[in-house]
Design a protein around this ligand. Structure first.
Ligand SMILES: Nc1nc(=O)c(N)c(NC[C@H](O)[C@H](O)[C@H](O)COP(=O)(O)O)[nH]1
Ligand SMILES: [Zn+2]
Length: 166
C-alpha cells in the first residue's frame, strides 16, 4: 500500500526534530518524494547541511549532489511526479544572500523540466521573522499545488520553536 500523506508528514516531522534549535529561526523538516513510484528521493532539516540552510534546500541539495548536479540544476534529475512534504510552508523571503525555498522550488520547473508538482505543508509560517509568507501564491501561479496535511500542527510548531525563548 503506498505510503499516505500522514506517513510522509510524520517523517518530515521526525526530520525537523533533528534540527538544532535556534532563537532566530524555525526547526523544519522536509521529504522529497517521487509520487509516481512512492520513493523517497531525499530528506532534509534546517541546518543539516553547512551554512544557514533550510530543510527544503537540504533535500534539493542532497538530491542534486547524488546526481552530480549543482542545486540550481536539480530539476534535471527530478522524476515527473516529484512532490515535497515540508512541515512549514516554504519561505518566500530570507535574510540577504539566501535564496528563498519558494524560488528554489520554482527553479526546478525551468528549461522545460516538470520539476516539483505539489508541495504538502504541515503549517503556514508564523509571522515571527519574515512577516506574511506570500510563497504559496507564487507557487500556485506557477501551477504548483499547495496542499495542507492536517493533524500535526501542534507537534510541528512545538518542534519549530524549540529554540525560542519561552
Ligand atoms: N520553510 C522553512 N524551512 C526552513 O528550514 C526554515 N528555517 C524556515 N524558516 C522561516 C524563517 O522565517 C526564516 O528562516 C527566518 O526569517 C530566518 O531567515 P534565514 O533563514 O536566516 O534566511 N522556513
Ligand atoms: Zn526556506
Amino acid at each position: 500500500r503506498p505510503l499516505d500523506h500522514q506517513t510522509y508528514m510524520r517523517l518530515a516531522l521526525s526530520e525537523a526534530q533533528k534540527s538544532p534549535p535556534k532563537p532566530t529561526n524555525f526547526c523544519v523538516g522536509a521529504v522529497l518524494v517521487d509520487e509516481g513510484t512512492n520513493t523517497i528521493l531525499a530528506t532534509g532539516y534546517t541546518l543539516e547541511l553547512p551554512g544557514n540552510t533550510h530543510a527544503e534546500q537540504c533535500c534539493l541539495q542532497k538530491h542534486a549532489s547524488a546526481h552530480n548536479l549543482p542545486e540550481e540544476s536539480v530539476g534535471k534529475a527530478l522524476p515527473p511526479d516529484t512532490v515535497i512534504y515540508t512541515t512549514m510552508e516554504p519561505c518566500g523571503k530570507r535574510s540577504p544572500g539566501n535564496t528563498p525555498c519558494v524560488d528554489r522550488i520554482l527553479r526546478t520547473k525551468l528549461d522545460g523540466k516538470s520539476g516539483i508538482k505539489k508541495v504538502y505543508i504541515g503549517v503556514t509560517e508564523p509571522e515571527k521573522f519574515a512577516g506574511e509568507n506570500v510563497g504559496q501564491t507564487k507557487l500556485k501561479e506557477a501551477g504548483i499545488e499547495c496542499i495542507h496535511v492536517p493533524g500535526f500542527e501542534e507537534q510541528i510548531l512545538k518542534v519549530a520553536t524549540a529554540g525560542h525563548e519561552k
